[in-house]
Design a protein around this ligand. Sequence first.
Ligand code: NAI
Ligand code: 13P
Length: 341
Amino acid sequence: MTSQNNSRTVGIIGAGAWGTVFAQVLADAGSQVILFTPEPDVVDSINGYHTSRYVPAVTLPAQISATGNLQECVEGAKRIVVAVPSHAVESALSPLFGQIGDREVLSLVKGVRGGEFMSTIISRTLGLAEHQLSVLSGPNLAIEIAARQPANTVIANPDLERAKGWADVCANAYFRPYLSTDVRGCEIGGIVKNVIALAVGASAGMGLGTNTRSALITRGLAEMTRLGMAMGAQQETFLGLAGIGDLVTTCSSELSRNFTFGSNLGKGLSVSQAKVASKGVAEGAQCCQDVLDLANSLGVEMPITEAVVDVIHHGHSARQMGERLLGRPRKMDGVSLQIVD
Ligand SMILES: NC(=O)C1=CN([C@@H]2O[C@H](COP(=O)(O)OP(=O)(O)OC[C@H]3O[C@@H](n4cnc5c(N)ncnc54)[C@H](O)[C@@H]3O)[C@@H](O)[C@H]2O)C=CC1
Ligand SMILES: O=C(CO)COP(=O)(O)O
């Protein structure tokens, strides 16, 4: 099936859980959507049966088709969405360098690599002009949205008209975008919440309850905000959907791969066992070292992130993580904006 070359055709690169469900969001808002994935069984399943193993028990709208040919995905598309995991962004997009023209691009990716945010890497890899890329981030568990449960999100671009353009294309009866000019803040929120969800998941896996969860969410918000402020983000972003909103969702749901990954660690699985058990990419495990490196380069203190890195990369147990955080020196309550707290 090929896309129709009209103003409502969107090409999505990446047909995992979020790319596929976002295709449904766009189709329900009136677009034709063509998904690219290198997985032939997923192409066949979407084109032949309107189903995908990434979103079980969901029948996708007829306006969605799939292709294993990257050029076919983008050639008829008026707008382009990037929905691959952070580690695959460069390999997935590099064949398209210089071919996007003046079309608008939207990143759904939540990750950081080598000190660079996804907006920077995607823009460079595709050869985009300034502000051609918008970022979508918020409390958006794909499986809930697949069931058309109400969800809000944030679309960010320093040029608000471009963010509005994307909001017009994806707003529907159950999906409501808010707007922001704070791309960096939205990206930091979407990254750090995954790391904190690993810690919260680990505490849940150890059998700990809601007090521990609230403590980690609150102090996690402080870490996220400190890093964001040190990087020029706006403080209010972290009190919005892309900050506390996504943090609460990801730290509260067994639908979250990061929460589940952490929970498996808390139950005693090794990092490699937890990775095998994971039903999709857990970006927090992929990116926690990058977040810590970024924080260290700026002199920002992120004790929960540091403890997560020690579990993911240095063989610490979930129990050791808890002991270490509880043994820290006394602090003042509240979100201090001092980079060292
Ligand atoms: N699943 C969710 O609820 C949400 C996910 N996100 C973010 O969206 C991004 C993608 O996540 P998911 O779709 O959930 O991942 P997933 O783990 O469900 O699927 C990953 C997809 O990427 C594809 N892929 C891998 N390498 C590729 C390549 N080189 N070229 C093209 N496709 C490639 C795989 O074939 C697979 O279809 C992540 O950064 C995640 O944090 C953001 C919000 C919600
Ligand atoms: O970003 C998400 C929810 O907003 C998805 O979280 P997980 O990647 O942990 O499943």
